[in-house]
Design a protein. Structure first.
Length: 475
């Protein structure tokens, strides 16, 4: 028999077609891509060829754009149920707190899975696995949610929960599902591609790993320890299609395609109607222009970001500080050269937090950045935690990625002056991911939010220079 595994991950609330970044050799360009209505069309075509199809969601689903943030994830529930997913896992889906997540998942017609999230009494917060019968075989799906939810995310994400990376639990659940007759075992994981590869290299028994979190566009399957691994970009711009040829309850061959969800694909009218209803209150802000950019603004580089250059310039401007920090978020659709709208600004930071200030010792700045670099570039994948390198303005860091923990930074300059470890620097930031609460003194929230700061900045600087801030240099 043939079994089709269809997969998308890290959609981050992008319900309809949006700007996406692509590459032509060394050049970057923008095309519109994505949208659940087109994904539904692709799925329907696949099912006509083979009804033995399972559709999976790798998480980061309930958060990322304004309609989802304002409704605390509720807006997307009818859409997800129409799509008929088989299972999902989570990360930013915890943004509204564990109770709200349980409320959301209780309305789904499929489970969120997680072997690695524990309540205070030691019981599992989520269902650990699911077993699906297809013809004469049993397919088991084991879920691992992101292990950083209680480590680097805001505290409300994980109130009352403890989260592991799932490595200790996974062998037990592989054994459990085999004892229940599973022939094919899938791992649905939001730990990240490096983490999944490291874990699977030492844990046998998984046939397919559906990886998420790190937004890798894998155009071919990766094989590790007899496990096929796929990951499908982000924002719903790509759909993974893995067809397994199963003979005598074993995978004998496979075929994989990373499908670009192009605008030329017809939209499923029923899904389009649901999306339009959700988006209707927000179309006005898509047409509210606040400024222009001469170049593409995006977050797709690990070290420096042109999109965050706009956010940080606004934070620094509104707070009148020497330095500004924000988290190295991966999500957020790119902004094409041309108009910058309110919708674009909310896509950069949909939770629209207040701008805050804090006084940081030079030594704390050094420690905070070294911690962040280790979490990003640790040679031990299972100790990597988070997105890209922390974004900053007002300083310059010379670093060596290959150096060991705590020794990557060669020198930091504030303006043209070397960092003084004993001096306090007035700093602005957004969210505890920008500057964790353990650092600094005199932490204050300003009476202005991030989006308002960007609007006010663009009023003074309507033609933004979209060059990425060259904050971190490899030396």
């Amino acid at each position: 028999m043939k079994l089709d595994i269809v997969y998308l991950n890290d959609v981050h609330g992008y319900l309809e077609s949006h700007a996406e970044l692509f590459y032509d050799g060394s050049n970057e360009f923008i095309e519109n891509a994505g949208g659940y209505a087109r994904i539904s069309t692709l799925k329907s075509k696949m099912m006509k060829s083979n009804p033995n199809l399972l559709l999976f969601d790798g998480g980061d689903t309930f958060h990322g754009t304004l309609p989802l943030v304002e409704s605390k994830g509720q807006a997307i529930i009818p859409l997800l149920n129409k799509m008929e997913f088989t299972a999902m896992v989570g990360h930013w889906d915890f943004a509204y707190g564990p109770k709200q997540l349980l409320h959301l998942t209780s309305q789904l017609n499929y489970p969120m899975l997680g072997i690695n999230i524990y309540n205070e009494d030691g019981t599992l917060f989520l269902k650990p696995y699911s077993i699906i019968g297809i013809e004469d075989i049993k397919v088991a799906v084991i879920g691992i949610c992101s292990d950083i939810i209680d480590k680097t995310m805001p505290k409300n994400f994980s109130e009352g929960l403890t989260i592991t990376n799932g490595a200790k639990e996974l062998p037990k659940y592989i054994k459990t599902v085999k004892e229940q007759g599973a022939d094919i075992i899938l791992l649905l994981s939001h730990n990240g591609f490096p983490q999944d590869m490291a874990m699977l290299a030492t844990i046998p028994g998984i046939d397919v790993c559906l990886s998420a979190h790190t937004h890798n566009r894998l155009y071919e399957t990766i094989k590790v320890n007899n496990t096929l691994v796929i990951q499908c970009g982000c924002h719903g711009s790509f759909l993974g299609h893995l067809q397994l040829d199963i003979q005598q309850k074993k995978i004998v061959s496979h075929n994989y395609q990373l499908i670009k969800v192009e605008e030329s694909i017809a939209e499923d009218p029923e899904i389009k109607e649901i999306v339009t209803e959700i988006m209707l209150p927000y179309y006005n802000i898509k047409n509210t222009v606040r400024g222009k950019t001469a170049t593409i603004l995006h977050r797709y580089n690990t070290i420096n970001s042109s999109a965050d250059a706009l956010l940080l310039a606004a934070i620094q401007f509104i707070s009148n500080t020497e330095i500004a920090f924000s988290n190295g978020w991966r999500y957020g659709a790119p902004i094409a050269a041309g108009a910058i709208t309110d919708w674009d600004l909310y896509n950069l930071i949909p939770m629209n937090p207040p701008v805050s200030t804090v006084e940081l010792l030079g030594s704390e700045i050094m420690e905070m950045l070294e911690e962040n670099l280790e979490r990003t570039f640790s040679p031990q994948p299972l100790t990597q935690m988070g997105g890209y390198v922390k974004r900053a303005i007002g300083l310059h860091v010379n670093m060596r990625i290959e150096n060991p923990k705590g020794n990557r930074i060669q020198q930091i300059f504030i303006g043209n002056e070397p960092l003084d470890k004993k001096k306090y620097y007035k700093t602005s930031f957004v969210t505890s991911q920008g500057v964790p609460t353990k650092y600094g003194k005199n932490r204050k929230e300003l009476p202005v939010n991030a989006v308002t700061a960007m609007i006010e900045y663009l009023q003074i600087n309507p033609e933004f220079n979209g060059t990425a801030l060259n904050i971190f240099s490899l030396v």
